[in-house]
Design a protein around this ligand. Structure first.
Ligand SMILES: [Mg+2]
Length: 195
């Protein structure tokens, strides 16, 4: 089983900072369609998201879950199902009295990737991870998942040189990865060859 691991804010939806209400949920244009194509190609769709707003007391884990249910409802129009949302609701500065090991769930920790891999029997070296920050892609590199960087308001020269140094391909967004990288063999290709 292969997976497309996905960061959330800045990768599938626009990052407005601490997004936690349905009215703050805006797809990055073309993402639902890109998810549909990935799903058709047999990729499990697994979102792995840091939500320190929970640790900070800005919103509850239940609000995060409800937001994800809302997003899933919207995706029905495209016939897309997100296989799982893994949430790290922690932050090191707001972690007193909690098990320190839980912090490894927070990217760049690898714990949630490993949990997903075991729960879905994912073949990591057949899988990809898409994110807009180095912290999304460091765990992928560690685990042998193919990383892809996308542009967001966090893109700067430092991030671009990090991507260069680590041979992480950089694309405008998820739809562009699906259209231009070789992770998908589209029916278009098949059509072109057969005509
Ligand atoms: Mg992000």
């Amino acid at each position: 089983m292969r997976a497309c691991f996905l960061d959330r804010d800045g990768t599938i939806n626009i990052d407005h900072d601490f997004v936690h209400k349905p009215e703050e949920w805006n797809w990055i244009p073309g993402v639902p369609k890109a998810l549909q194509l990935l799903q058709e190609q047999g990729y499990k769709l697994i979102v792995i998201t840091n939500q320190s707003g929970v640790a900070r007391g800005r919103f509850s884990l239940q609000q995060v879950d409800e937001l994800h249910e809302y997003a899933e409802e919207l995706l029905k129009e495209w016939g897309v199902e997100i296989d799982a949302w893994y949430i790290a609701p922690w932050h090191p500065e707001f972690h007193e009295g909690k098990d320190p090991e839980l912090l490894d769930e927070r990217k760049p920790g690898t714990a949630l990737f490993e949990k997903a891999a075991s729960e879905f029997d994912i073949d990591l070296d057949q899988s990809i991870m898409v994110g807009d920050k180095a912290t999304d892609l460091i765990p992928a590199i560690k685990l042998g998942i193919k990383p892809f960087l996308v542009e967001s308001r966090f893109t700067d020269d430092k991030l671009k040189s990090w991507a260069d140094e680590n041979e992480v391909p950089f694309y405008r967004d998820l739809p562009q990865i699906v259209a231009l990288s070789s992770i998908i063999s589209t029916s278009e290709d098949t059509k072109q060859h057969s005509f």
